[in-house]
Design a protein around this ligand. Sequence first.
Ligand code: SAM
Length: 260
Amino acid sequence: MHRFFVSQLDVVDDIQALICSEDLIHQFTKVLRFEKGEKVVLLNGSGFEFEVELQDFSSKKIIGKVLNKKFCETELPIKLVVAQAILKNMERLEWMFQKGTELGVSTFIPLLSDRTERKVLGKVERLHRILKEAAEQSGRGRVPELLEEKKFEKIFLSDAEQEHALDYGEEGEKIIVVPHPGATQKFSDFCKEKLVGENGEKFSGELVICIGPEGGFTDKEVYFAQSKGAHIVSLGNRILRAETVAMVMGAIVAEAMGEM
Ligand code: SAM
């Protein structure tokens, strides 16, 4: 069944769905040529998914009946934040956003580090569309957030000190890791040790992964992160392209938590 995230113009409650956004109406009627009786899954970012039968079509709205509502079980138990230094090549960055979404990333932060050449992310609307489509395609219950550009040092401030505190309700435990070639601790060992307890209980706080730009982090940045309690980790002896790193780390996290 097709899955769609509704916009703020649309309403889905336990009984019915009212679709008013032009984009969705266009997609349903002109692109997919849905007719009365078509069943779709609608998501409103609440963590629930609604199975809806489309019943009443007009040019301004579509009304559907909710047949079933259930908790969406595709989200990782952990809040996975990827703070990726802005790359020169936008296509690679887009690829990273798409693959990270498929793997369950909750939040992306475009990072400004000493060796970041481009200081503005740009094409934000397009990136939001990429996140939404990847979330729909991969069966996610939420579209990942995309925050504004943030300086590397600011990642290490507490939530209360952040200008844009991550919106996860109560402040839970936060672990920050910085992958850096040559680090002595392997990220896979770190995940086995920190993400699942002896009795199998899973870490449910926030794991922030800070990935460097094409030129990597400077020694000064790595020392700074270490002094703030971040874990400096390795992904093996070969240097991975920055956009490969989020995917590899997302997969290692999911695997360690029994999600793969
Ligand atoms: N010459 C740069 C250096 O030595 O840092 C390479 C940078 S790499 C293209 C971009 C980022 O990917 C790095 O800053 C780091 O965060 C991550 N990375 C790439 N390969 C890694 C590895 N084998 N272990 C840990 N991190 C890695």
